[in-house]
Design a protein around this ligand. Structure first.
Ligand code: NAG
Ligand code: NAG
Ligand code: NAG
Length: 403
């Protein structure tokens, strides 16, 4: 949203540089005559409606705006001044509230400033830079620079770091699939990959590793790819977990998947897998419930809690690892209100289950969300908008950890 502000800013750069700044409560845009268009440093310019933008004290904005084909709609913003990570730990009883991030946006100074506020985010997950295609693009050639940049940022900020991931059917380096390797060679390739990558970050992974990502189809059957096809589910998952444990005995080891939020075939498949791994003595510490959800379609709090407890009853912890709650665009006040409720529902369900250790959102701002690029016509899934202004969803997160 507010894409038009970016283009407005572009236009302003071309204007003579003599413009003054409006101070707090002054007009800074819209159809007013002769209004100054920037605010003094103690305030931010917020669009109230198509005719009027106002300099508001930083953090006090209550509306923002989105331009659609039918005009500009005023949208509510978040109003809570509480800090999400602080509240997650103090009132929520969790280890952290965190965010994914990715290397391209680390050049965005305003983005990094908010991400680096460890009262907001106590944990970081690299969105892409520790995946197989990034870390072992050719057999035996390991590249860690991008992952190291995220690890260094977390360390500098005093934030926990989550590894993501060792083995996944997607973003797998093409040499693995193209090599026509036999089963014993594939086992060795997997051991070397997980062992080397987890070992590289040993001691830095103060949170956990998503060792195995997305092993199941939505109907609970095993997802077909080179490792499951050649080795079978139990064998490849065990190989990855054993290699990861040997490489960093202190890291908690997770299997991570989506659409396992509430009971169903896929959640049952995960429960069965963890049960068999535990019975075999395989190292497994947690299940990551990704939480890629849809506004208005989030399971009830009771259904979430029942399923979360079905996992923790196996003797493991759980975490919400990739939470975002998308909507069909354009945003409306009603959709944002529903999204606030939906974030509250998921967070409060995690709060209610002692073995749910933390919540990570899949980046914090709509500016860098993966959703619009993958789900056509959908987006606005995160609690900060394109301009890094908090949305009502943020208040839902605070309420979820508080109530
Ligand atoms: C507004 O607040 C944010 C975070 O509290 C801060 O990083 C930013 O510099 C502030 N902006 C202004 C214009 O004061
Ligand atoms: C960030 O900026 C630096 C310096 O301009 C550049 O070298 C680097 O490639 C950029 N990184 C990304 C991920 O865009
Ligand atoms: C698998 O492939 C490797 C490398 O080509 C080979 O040395 C090994 O004998 C093969 N193993 C089996 C069981 O065919």
């Amino acid at each position: 949203m507010l894409k038009h502000l970016a283009s407005l800013a572009t236009v302003l750069v071309l204007l003579p540089a003599a413009m003054a700044q409006s101070s707090v409560w002054g007009q800074c845009g819209g159809l007013g005559i002769g209004a100054d268009t920037t605010c003094t440093p103690d305030s931010v310019c917020v669009v109230q409606n198509p005719y009027y933008s106002q300099c508001l004290p930083n953090g006090s904005a209550t509306t923002t705006a989105v331009t659609t084909t039918t005009g500009t709609v005023a949208l509510p913003t978040g109003t809570s001044t509480a800090k999400s990570n602080t509240v997650a730990k103090t009132l929520g009883g969790k280890k952290y509230f965190g965010s994914a991030t990715d290397n391209p946006e680390l050049n965005d100074t305003a983005y990094v400033a908010t991400l680096s506020d460890n009262t907001l985010f106590g944990q970081i997950t690299p969105g892409n830079s520790m995946k197989w295609d990034a870390t072992e693009p050719s057999r035996g050639v390991f590249t860690f620079a991008a992952g190291d940049a995220v690890a260094a940022l977390a360390k500098k900020n005093g934030q926990l770091l989550r590894g993501h991931n060792c083995v996944w059917y997607n973003q797998l380096a093409s040499w693995v699939t193209a090599g026509n390797f036999n089963a014993s060679t594939l086992t060795s390739i997997l051991q070397t990959h997980c062992g080397t990558v987890v070992s590289h970050y040993a001691g830095q992974m103060k949170d956990s590793w998503d060792v195995v990502n997305e092993p199941f189809n939505d109907d609970g059957t095993v997802r077909s790819f080179v490792f499951s096809d050649a080795l079978g589910l139990t064998s490849y998952v065990t190989t990855a977990l054993v290699a990861a444990r040997a490489a960093d005995p202190a890291a908690k080891l997770y299997i991570n998947d989506y659409n396992i939020d509430s009971a169903g075939a896929k959640a049952t498949a995960m429960i069965n897998l963890v049960t068999s791994l535990k019975a075999a003595g395989t190292p497994i510490d947690g299940v990551g419930i990704q939480g890629h959800l849809i506004v208005g379609e989030v399971p009830s709090k009771a259904a979430l809690i029942a399923n979360y407890e079905a996992f923790t009853a196996l003797g493991i912890e759980i975490a919400i690892t990739e939470l975002d709650i998308r909507m069909t665009l354009p945003e409306t006040p009603a959709l944002l209100a529903q999204q606030q409720t939906d974030y509250n529902t998921v967070i409060s369900a995690c709060k209610a289950v002692a073995g749910c250790v933390g919540v990570t959102i899949w980046d914090y701002t709509d500016k860098y969300s993966w959703i619009p690029g993958v789900f056509t016509g959908q987006g606005a899934a995160l609690p900060w908008d394109d301009n890094l202004i908090r949305k009502p969803a943020y208040d839902g997160i605070i309420a979820g950890f508080t109530n």
